[in-house]
Design a protein around this ligand. Structure first.
Ligand code: SAH
Length: 409
């Protein structure tokens, strides 16, 4: 591979083998793919296929990552922009896409890593608070410029980095949570469809909230009228609150975290969205207890943490999804619906549906697959990077024999 610095730019011609990977579409290259040759560290480079075809810009790693080069989209001309110019274009584009397609929101993802052409950078906004995640050496090296851009654009009360992510280790980056600008804000409110969620940027899950489940929350709300609802793995009850706002007659939220459940009940009380019953416990046990108790629900939400975090864990993970989904289906009242999710990237959509099929195998009623949902449009999936489509949500419905659809609806 030739790395030839021209005046202030750098261009890389991929070896034939890496170019083949590139042609299949995947935008990451490992050191081996690149014939293990030296690359400049944390640099923007112009990437070319053998023969000179332009593949746009790439970002090199800090030397610690196995991923040596990540493509980050087309760029006009044949050179490499300054970091500030690159960031200004990519971040402005990301925000413009959201303003055009999504509208004004108090909580949304502004930048979704490779899909927005800045591999390793996530930017979430909660009202006047901005939380970033940095998972690539390039982003880490340019954190200051990124923060300065966000401060100039939004004048936020706080810019926080949630770097408490195990993947940072693979990039040779320390796990840390750090205030990058402004003053410490412990809790911030966002409003979604009239429901207020209190987000904790410093210690909440992910960057504070599951922004990605917005479409599923909207669906739950739309299906909840008069429903008895079970929200499994509820965290701070976002689904249960949406259901109650949609007219559910009762919601039970189940989580192993008493603290998260306390926030769920406090939110329901503060907004007079009741009755929300919290049940602390292991969801695997609780669903069996509910089944033994003969309980049934019009709407069950099943949104567990990822059971397969690597390819090796897929087989074991499938068993967990299958068992839980089977019991969740058994808890459905006639005509009831199960909104079931998997955020394990390694369990691809078809595999997840296979697991759901197996879970429904010997049930005494039919189960329809009514709808396929995923993360919202502020978490776009880049076709070239299957990893960016990690969240799968399926709406299933219990259907009775001889009654048209289901007794209750
Ligand atoms: N549905 C939530 C997000 C779920 S995150 C939302 O929309 O906001 C996964 C949750 O599962 C976490 O709150 C975690 O505390 C909980 N959890 C993990 N394992 C569990 C188990 N075995 N039983 C009950 N809760 C569990």
């Amino acid at each position: 591979m030739a790395t030839e610095p021209t005046s202030d730019t750098m261009s890389i011609t991929l070896p034939e083998r890496a170019a083949r990977i590139g042609r299949r579409g995947h935008p990451w290259f490992y050191a081996d793919d690149l014939a293990s040759q030296e690359l400049p560290k944390t640099a923007l480079v112009r990437v070319r296929a053998p023969g000179g075809r332009d593949l746009g810009l790439g970002m090199t790693s800090n030397g610690s990552s196995k991923i040596a080069l990540r493509l980050c989209g087309p760029w006009e001309g044949s050179g490499v922009p300054e970091v500030e110019e690159f960031l200004d274009r990519r971040l402005s584009d990301a925000i413009a896409l959201r303003e055009a397609g999504i509208g004004e929101r108090t909580g949304e993802r502004l930048v979704h890593s490779e899909a927005d052409g800045v591999p390793g950078l996530v930017v979430d906004r909660y009202s006047d608070v901005i939380v970033i995640q940095s998972t690539s050496g390039w982003v880490e090296a340019n954190r200051g410029a990124i923060t300065a851009w966000l401060v100039a654009r939004f004048s936020p009360a706080m810019v926080l980095m949630r770097g408490d992510l195990p993947v940072r280790k693979r990039e040779g980056l320390a796990e840390e949570v750090r205030l990058l600008a402004g003053e410490r804000v412990d809790e911030v409110e966002i409003e979604e469809d009239g429901v207020v969620h209190r987000v904790r940027p410093w210690d909440g899950h992910k960057t504070g909230f599951y922004l990605d489940q917005r479409p599923a929350r909207a669906r739950v709300r739309a299906l909840a009228a008069s429903a008895r609802v079970l929200d499994l793995f509820s965290y701070q009850g976002a689904f249960a609150l949406s259901a109650l706002a949609g007219g559910a007659r009762e919601a039970i939220a189940v989580d192993q975290s008493a603290e998260a459940l306390a926030r769920a009940t406090a939110a329901a009380e503060a907004q007079e969205l009741g009755p929300l019953t919290a049940r602390v416990g292991n969801a695997f046990d609780v669903v069996r207890e509910l089944r033994a108790d003969g309980q049934s629900f019009d709407l069950v939400v099943l949104d567990p943490p990822p059971f397969c975090k690597s390819r090796r864990e897929v087989e074991g993970g499938k068993r967990g999804y299958r068992d839980l989904n089977r019991i969740a289906m058994q808890l459905l009242a006639p005509g009831g619906r199960l909104i079931t999710a998997s955020c394990s990237y390694h369990l691809r959509g078809e595999m997840f549906e296979d697991v759901l099929r197996q879970a429904s195998f010997d049930l005494p009623f039919r189960v329809f697959l009514e709808e396929r949902l995923g993360a919202g449009a502020d978490h776009p999936a880049w076709l070239r990077l299957p990893e960016s489509e990690y969240l799968k949500v399926r709406v299933l419905r219990r259907v009775e024999d001889g009654t048209g659809v289901g007794d209750s609806g």
